[in-house]
Design a protein around this ligand. Structure first.
Ligand SMILES: O=C(O)C1=C[C@@H](OP(=O)(O)O)[C@@H](O)[C@H](O)C1
Ligand SMILES: C=C(OP(=O)(O)O)C(=O)O
Length: 409
């Protein structure tokens, strides 16, 4: 197992065109919908991300025990899929996955007529899924302030239910663009759905086979934005990204106008160029939680004071991301504190270290958010293999723009 990678960049000048991995969020929805449609859909540009490769394998597997590893979408989407198609499966994951809550989804599926039994702690994987008695209630109230993945999982199986599905979302709607992405892909595969106020209605109807080309991953693009912001000079092209995207993380383009990167949308994708940055930035990450780590690392490095809200879901992701950030920003002499409920402030410090070392907490985004700092100092990232979850070629792509990498076994 590779222990660490140390990165340096001799010139600080970045030029090149990078083929990003495809979005694992889009891919994993398209795979579930294609499996539910029962017809052959043509999915182009499926992600090489482990989360997508894993779901592809699991959907073909007839094993009784299914391991979703550390992939939230795989765990949540397969729970809905197996429950409503009545497949008898034991569904488990990594030790961390077994600490990520799933009660809201399981309660909703049980009301719809699913039989699901917890094999460990109530409310958490592993679970045993059994027969589906599909005459349950189809009008449900569901909390939407913990994870949008529960809602997406329910929506995708909605058209298969005898009476369809009506969801009333309760509480704040976190990660809303991911719910919209689910509905957009469902519509692409021929079903109608309505999202008005906090009510989502999905009538009973068949999915239709369709072809779909998965867009490159806007979340992965965020690391390239950060690299451009930290470089002396830069011109980076990211082919295939679309201005009209299903992905909420395309918000990175607007955010980075404040933090030192201008985006030009071209016929073939985007071109990133350096520009002046603000000295203070405030942002609500409720719609795009996966961008928070990139922005915290970048602002700490560039000395941009930062106020963040909408971080509630970060504590139950691959790691407790707030805690991980609080520890790692100490390398810059910075501190990340909750100043009033839900409001975090990054207090700036002095960068005194001659080199950086960052821990990654089994979280791909910790590795990729902090790697760009190698443009300032030699930077060591521990457990670099974590990137395989969403962006397995991340280290090779850095080599393409002349980073020098030394792996330690
Ligand atoms: O539906 C999806 O594809 C995702 C939804 C988000 O999770 P939450 O809804 O749990 O915030 C996001 O953080 C995750 O990376 C992918
Ligand atoms: C939170 C993430 O993934 P998931 O919840 O699907 O494991 C992520 O990729 O940042």
């Amino acid at each position: 197992m590779t222990k660490s990678v140390t990165l340096t960049h001799p010139s600080g000048i970045l030029k090149g065109s990078i083929k990003l991995p495809a979005s694992k969020s889009e891919a994993n929805r398209a795979l579930i919908i294609a499996a539910l449609s029962g017809e052959a859909s043509e999915l182009d540009n499926l992600s090489e991300a482990n989360d997508t490769q894993l779901l592809q394998r699991l959907l073909k597997s007839d094993a009784a025990e299914i391991n979703a590893e550390d992939a939230g979408t795989v765990m949540r989407f397969l729970t809905g899929y197996y429950a409503v198609t009545g497949q008898q499966k034991v569904l488990t994951g990594t030790p961390r996955m077994c600490q990520r809550p799933i009660k809201v989804l399981v309660d909703a599926l049980r009301e719809l007529g699913a039989s699901i039994e917890y094999l460990g702690e109530e409310g958490y994987p592993p679970m045993k899924i059994g027969a589906f008695k599909g005459n349950g209630n189809n009008k449900l109230k569901v909390r939407s302030d913990i994870s949008s993945q529960y809602i997406s999982s329910l929506l995708m199986v909605g058209p298969m239910l005898p009476q369809g599905l009506v969801l009333e979302l309760e509480g704040k709607i976190g990660s809303r663009p991911y719910i919209e992405m689910t509905l957009s892909l469902m519509r692409h595969f021929g079903v109608e759905a309505d999202f008005s106020g906090n009510i989502i209605t999905v009538p009973h109807q068949p999915y239709k086979a369709a072809s779909y080309s998965i867009e490159p991953d806007w979340s992965a693009s965020s690391y390239w934005y950060s690299l451009v912001a930290l470089a002396h000079e830069a011109e980076i092209e990211l082919p295939g990204l679309r201005q009209q995207s299903f992905q909420g993380d395309s918000a990175i383009a607007g955010i980075m106008e404040h933090l030192g990167v201008h985006t030009e949308f071209t016929e073939s994708g985007v071109k990133l160029m350096k520009r002046k940055h603000d000295h203070h930035f405030s942002f609500d990450f409720s719609d795009c939680p996966d961008l928070a780590q990139t922005i915290v690392a970048l602002c700490a490095a560039k000395g941009i004071s930062l106020e963040l809200t909408g971080l509630e879901s970060l504590r139950i992701k691959e790691t407790d991301r707030i805690q991980a950030l609080q520890v790692e920003v100490l390398s810059f002499g910075c501190s990340l504190q909750e100043v009033t409920e839900g409001v975090f402030r990054l207090e700036l410090g002095l960068i005194e270290n001659s080199a950086f070392t960052f821990r990654t907490y089994e979280d791909h985004r910790m590795a990729m958010a902090f790697a760009p700092l190698a443009l300032l100092r030699p930077t060591t990232i521990q457990e670099p293999r974590v990137v395989r979850k969403s962006y397995p070629r991340f280290w090779e792509d850095l080599e393409k723009v002349e980073f020098e990498l030394t792996f330690e076994e």
